[in-house]
Write a protein that binds this ligand. Structure first.
Ligand SMILES: [Zn+2]
Length: 312
């Protein structure tokens, strides 16, 4: 069951942010000294100020039981306030899949949600969701992109100037923990809408393994759709350290900006395997191995087959 030991949310989160920004990550060589200064200033000023005034919603601290009559009203409202034919099936599938508690952000965003089909301005991006304008921008109208961006819209809110989108946190100038968020977004896009994983493949793989740390994967969904970064962080701390979590988040941010790099991902997967082995749960470790066995890239598999054939 989803159970948050909040304690002092902000204190533990600030504490973690310090670790995150001071953690050395030798692979992130492209971050210059200037960028570091920017991060520190950014953290010291805008985000910290905003976080200071952030009061977690009561439903995050204390999940309320939503009465059936209210649930059906929420669902009816979401369906009737959708202005887009193309979102019809997506909304229907989403509503029947997730727990009612996970509909709250969608309920808040559906009335003013916009979709625009833009000319492709960035060849790497298929679309994006702007929390500031509550708009889904699509550069091609393929379904996986629309439902992926829809998940961002269904998991976002702005509280006192802080932009909370799934597990990412930021303001209009920048965003943090994007890699963690994109990994789970694309994973849920696959799980909820049965879409093929086309983006953030490395992030999805790592998030699938990270998920093993939690006894009930449904809890991660609830945390994701209610912007409870702290839940994932606190659970990780049962087995790992703040520094290890900072390293993982940074690597996920890195992987979200590059293409699928299997060798670098393997280093992170070994690191994560070591942490999950601290759970002393053989079932989890077995599952971990199953997930990572899927990752051998296709050309390499063919090469191996040829070598085996040759040597037979
Ligand atoms: Zn995304």
């Amino acid at each position: 069951m989803y159970n948050i030991k909040k304690g002092d949310l902000m204190e533990s989160f600030f504490n973690f942010l310090n670790v995150f920004f001071t953690a050395k990550d030798e692979v992130l060589k492209d971050i210059t000294k200037e960028d570091d200064c920017f991060y520190i200033e950014y953290i010291n000023n805008s985000l910290i100020r905003a976080l200071n005034t952030y009061i977690p919603n009561s439903f995050i601290n204390n999940l309320p039981l939503i009465p059936e009559t209210v649930i059906s009203k929420i669902k009816k409202h979401i369906i009737s306030h959708n202005k887009y034919v193309e979102l019809g099936d997506i909304i229907e599938t989403f509503i029947s899949y997730v727990e009612p508690i996970n509909l709250i952000n969608l309920l808040g965003n559906i009335d003013s949600l916009q979709i625009t089909y833009d000319k492709k301005i960035d060849h790497k991006s298929l679309g994006y969701y702007s929390l500031k304008t509550n708009t889904i921008h699509i550069f091609n109208n393929k379904y996986p992109t629309l439902s992926h961006e829809f998940l961002h819209a269904a998991s976002s809110q702005i509280i006192n100037g802080i932009h909370l989108c799934g597990f990412s946190i930021g303001n209009e100038h920048g965003i943090y923990f994007e890699g963690l968020n994109e990994g789970f977004t694309e994973l849920f896009n696959h799980r909820i809408f049965k879409e093929k994983i086309i983006s953030y493949k490395t992030n999805v793989l790592i998030c699938r393994c990270l998920e093993l740390m939690f006894d009930n994967p449904k809890d991660i969904e609830t945390a994701y759709f209610n912007n409870d970064f702290d839940f994932i962080y606190e659970t990780f701390l049962q087995y790992g350290t703040k520094e290890e979590f900072a390293y993982l988040c940074k690597r996920l941010d890195y992987f979200s900006k590059i293409d699928h790099y299997i060798d670098e991902a393997k280093v992170v997967l070994d690191f994560l395997y070591d942490i999950i082995s601290r759970t002393k749960d053989n079932q989890k470790l077995e599952k971990f191995k199953q997930i990572t066995e899927e990752i051998t890239p296709e050309p390499l598999k063919q090469k191996i087959k040829k070598i085996i054939k040759k040597n037979m």
